[in-house]
Structure formats: C-alpha cells, structure tokens
Design a protein around this ligand. Structure first.
Ligand code: SF4
Ligand code: SF4
Length: 333
C-alpha cells in the first residue's frame, strides 16, 4: 500500500468553475451561498471567455465543472468540449447524479477525465436525509449508466457526524458500483452548515480512528482514495495553499477565491470584470494567508474553531492543516 501526502505545487493548478449556482437539491451542507455567489447562470459565451483566462496554463490545470448542479446548464457539453480544445490537463464534472439534459448522450469518455458523483451515505436512508429524496437512487443509476458508456467515475463522500457511521460500509458499495476513484471530504462549517450554528464536524479521535482505515480498505481493491489530512502531525510543516499552490474557485457572479474557506465572505482575491481578472481591493483573502498562528490554518480558526483543542497552558493540542492538503492512498503498482 502506498500512502503519500499530495504536496502543493505552483506547477499544478486546480480550477473549480461554478458555472451556475442553481440546483434541484437542497443538501443540508451545501456550500453555495447565493448572497455571496449570486444566482445567475453563465452564458456559454462567458464560460468560454472565462476558461480563456486560464488557457495559458491549461496544460497544467485540472478543471472541475461545478454548480449548483452543472448538468442543469443546457450547454455544459459545449463548455466541456471547449475546455478539451484548450487542452486542460484534466476535466471533471461534479454531479449530484441527476445528469440533466442527457449529458451522457452529448459527451463521450474522450471529452472528460471523470464524472464525479456525490453520495453522503452507504444507504438510501442516510444519504437522502442529508442530500434529499431520490438522490441516492439518482447516483446509483447515474453511475451504472455512465460506466456502461465507458466513463471514468469517481465518488465524493462528505463526512459529518450524520454519516460517519456508514463510511465503513462504503468499500462494498464502491466495489459493487465499480468506482474508479474515491474522495473523502470533511464537512466545512460554511454555506448552509454555518447557518445552523451547530458543529457537525467529527472529532480528531473519531476522524483518525475511522477515515484512514476505511481509505486503506477501499484502496486494497485497486481504487485510488484521497482524503484531507486535517490534523497535522508534530513533524509536519504547515503550508497555506493560498501562498504555495495555484487554485482558483470561480463563481458565476465573477468572484474568484484562492481559499474555499473564505467563500462565505467578500474576501475573494480577484473579480472577473468585463472578462478580465482584476485583483480585489484590500482587505481580501491574500492578506490573511500570511498570518502565522500556532493553530495552523488561520481561516479554520476564524470560521470553524470547533475542531481546535487547547492544552491546560493555552497552547493548541494540534495544528489544523490547510483544507487543500490531501492524503492519497493506493495499492502498490
Ligand atoms: S447537490 Fe451540490 S449544489 Fe446541489 S444542493 Fe447539494 S451540495 Fe448544493
Ligand atoms: S484553508 Fe487555510 S491554509 Fe488553506 S488556503 Fe485557506 S487559509 Fe490557507
């Protein structure tokens, strides 16, 4: 088994492109915040122009189409094909499984590197409480249809205290659906989750006792598994992706963030104005990335301090890693 921390690099860029914020579901942990991200749908012309802003580095950029639900966009297929022409390093569509507008009929496996399905429970009961009625069946059916057509399919499972208990049942489901890649996410206290005022994140002890073990079990079947590091070990060095990596989170109202934890606030680093990316006035997120605190990630301390613990002398019991720092685990080649 090979386990590695995926190092940040300025030479590998990730572009998370929200082409609309509309969605047919209303998941309890949805990160979309219409007050901050707008509720418009980008025209295909605008999508193509905005993709063009990143075209120079397309060859080293992983592009992820997101929403809302991106398949609700009638011209997602045209957007995907345009991105392929621009030679993005990889292209992924993140979907809730409903696969609107016959998207599987309009693109081929050569157009995308993966279709990524979100599922937040091993059972219909748990998943549908979090994501909405019918969403479990939509994902299972969507994966079957996509696999039949030869698409690479990945799955994203966002862990909270509502579904941690079912993660250990995921290896069987992942195997039965023939998933190619499995991503475990940690729920963030932003978007709708922030609005509840209730912390649904799991404790360090629970996270460490469950996640690595399940990841290893799934990886043993040949599936590549990725999960966030979250808690740094004593010997680990802290690094902020806002400084040492090259990530962009683009929203249809023109906001461009470098850090996903900032997305609930008007702290975006750039704004796209007249199809040009211009730096946002101070104070923006880039002014926070340099702040050094003993707890590790500064935005984590500001928006979700519930995952921090302190010793009797007031020093942090552990440091929180950048939310973009991932562990990748795969069976040895
Ligand atoms: S499917 Fe995604 S965009 Fe839609 S409500 Fe759920 S989390 Fe939000
Ligand atoms: S999550 Fe924290 S460490 Fe990562 S980019 Fe944001 S502020 Fe920086």
């Amino acid at each position: 088994m090979q386990k590695k921390t995926v190092a940040f690099s300025k030479d590998a860029s990730n572009l998370f492109f929200h082409i609309l914020t509309r969605c047919n579901l209303s998941c309890s942990h949805c990160y979309i915040n219409p007050d901050q991200h707008g509720n418009n749908t980008l025209s295909i012309d605008t999508i193509q122009r905005w993709l063009g802003l990143f075209a120079q580095k397309a060859f080293q950029t992983n592009l992820i189409f997101l929403g809302g639900e991106p398949t609700l966009h009638k011209e997602l297929s045209a957007a995907v094909k345009h991105a392929r022409r621009l030679e993005f390093h990889s292209i992924t569509i993140d979907t809730n499984g409903f696969l609107f507008h016959d998207i599987l009929e309009k693109i081929t496996p050569a157009d995308v590197d993966a279709i990524s399905f979100s599922l937040d429970g091993a059972t219909c009961a748990t998943n549908d409480i979090i994501r909405g009625k019918g969403s479990y069946d939509a994902v299972v059916s969507g994966i079957h249809r996509a696999k039949k057509k030869g698409f690479v399919c990945s799955m994203i499972y966002t862990v909270s205290d509502k579904n941690l208990h079912e993660l250990s049942r995921m290896p069987d489901l992942v195997a039965s659906l023939d998933i190619d890649r499995f991503f475990i996410q940690v729920i963030g206290m932003r978007g709708k989750s922030a609005g509840t005022g209730k912390n649904t994140q799991v404790s360090k002890t629970l996270w460490l006792s469950v996640i690595p073990k399940v990841a290893e079990t799934i990886a043993q079947t040949g599936v590549i598994v990725t999960y966030p590091k979250v808690f740094l070990d004593t010997a680990d060095t802290f690094a902020c992706a806002g400084i040492v990596a090259d990530n962009y989170f683009v929203f249809p109202n023109g906001r461009v963030y470098r850090c996903p934890l900032c997305e609930d606030y008007p702290l975006h680093a750039f704004t796209i104005v007249n199809n040009k990316m211009v730096p946002a006035p101070p104070v923006n997120e880039t002014h926070l990335f340099d702040l050094t605190i003993p707890e590790g990630c500064v935005m984590n301390k500001i928006i979700q301090p519930g995952n921090l613990d302190y010793l009797a002398d007031g020093t942090p019991a552990h440091r929180i890693a950048c939310c973009m720092l991932k562990q990748e685990i795969r069976s040895q080649p």
